[in-house]
Design a protein around this ligand. Structure first.
Ligand SMILES: NC(=O)c1ccc[n+]([C@@H]2O[C@H](COP(=O)([O-])OP(=O)(O)OC[C@H]3O[C@@H](n4cnc5c(N)ncnc54)[C@H](O)[C@@H]3O)[C@@H](O)[C@H]2O)c1
Length: 282
């Protein structure tokens, strides 16, 4: 049994990373998918793998006209649009305020907020009429940075908090016809990029004491209750659930946190169960 059989989805930034994993999983769950990205080579690869089950288009989430063209493609090729996955995003190299050049703030703020916040609003606006027709839904890629500090710098964290606000406001505005939910991944192994405008200010995450400064995986595992550095595919079940009109029909304005348990990090220890085996069986 598949959860998205007969559905048509549109995934923004679906050429790599988490978006790409969502495309692969949505196809496996029976959906036909329009995939957008600003990188045409990544789109070629998606088409090579999935053939006519997908349709691809170079489209920038900052452009309303591009987003309309992507929605039109869904309707022309597959007849409708049921699920919009607003996923494209940009980081900020973990740039802390103390290190940011005043002259860099304007450009970096605009680049990050234009994609992470305005891009979601523009994508939903472009898809709205089709989603109302199908009583469809929106799934927005949020982040641990929608809830907690230090998963990015001040600009990225602010942008992902703002994107959570977009989810909540649009869930209210579009109810009862269109559901709007979020998925918030934790640190994930992707090629996530940041604007060049930030220059050298963002030096990347600072690892906890005792962890090799060059070993990002070890740092993430050390601070994550489930002791993991996620792969993009680890999150895709959450996107399937949020996008499934049958399995999540009562859900709107919700966020599925798929971050390895950041909300249950302890005050004394990151996780309490490292020695469960020895306490039970030795
Ligand atoms: N990687 C992580 O640790 C992590 C953690 C939490 C949340 N996220 C979020 O996941 C989402 C995807 O990031 P990722 O890690 O998969 O990175 P990624 O760079 O692998 O994927 C992002 C894709 O979006 C595309 N893109 C960039 N700007 C675009 C634009 N203006 N219009 C259309 N497409 C554009 C890129 O070309 C790329 O293919 C982002 O919203 C990010 O904030 C990532």
């Amino acid at each position: 049994m598949t959860w998205l059989g007969g559905e048509v989805a549109l995934v923004t930034g679906g050429g790599s990373g988490i978006g790409r994993a969502v495309v692969d999983r949505y196809v496996a769950e029976g959906a036909r998918v329009v995939v957008t990205d600003i990188d045409s080579e990544r789109l070629d690869e998606v088409r090579d793998i999935h053939g006519d089950t997908v349709a691809t288009i170079v489209a920038d989430v900052r452009s309303y006209d591009d987003c309309v063209a992507a929605v039109d493609l869904a309707v022309d090729r597959f007849g409708k649009l049921d699920v919009l996955v607003a996923n494209a995003g940009l980081g900020d190299r973990f740039a802390e305020l103390v290190d940011l050049e005043p002259s860099a703030i304007d450009t970096a703020f605009r680049q990050v907020f234009d994609i992470n916040v305005k891009g979601v609003i523009v994508s939903v606006k472009a898809a709205l009429a089709q989603l109302v027709r199908t009583h469809g839904s929106v799934v927005v890629t949020l982040s641990n940075s929608s809830f907690y500090p230090d998963g990015g710098g001040v600009i990225y964290v602010a942008s992902k908090h703002a994107a959570l606000g977009v989810v909540r406001q649009l869930a209210h505005e579009l109810a009862p016809t269109v559901r709007v939910n979020g998925v918030s991944p934790g640190a994930t192994e992707t090629g996530f990029t940041s604007p060049s405008g930030i220059g050298a200010a963002g030096k990347g995450p600072r690892n906890p004491p005792g962890v090799d400064p060059n070993d990002r995986a070890a740092a993430v595992r050390a601070t994550t209750p489930l002791d993991m550095f996620a792969q993009p595919s680890d999150h895709t079940g959450a996107y399937v659930l949020a996008g499934s009109r049958v399995q999540s029909s009562a859900m709107t304005g919700s966020v599925i946190e798929t971050d390895g348990g950041l909300g249950v990090r302890g005050l004394r220890r990151v996780r309490g169960g490292d020695d469960l085996g020895s306490r039970l069986f030795d």
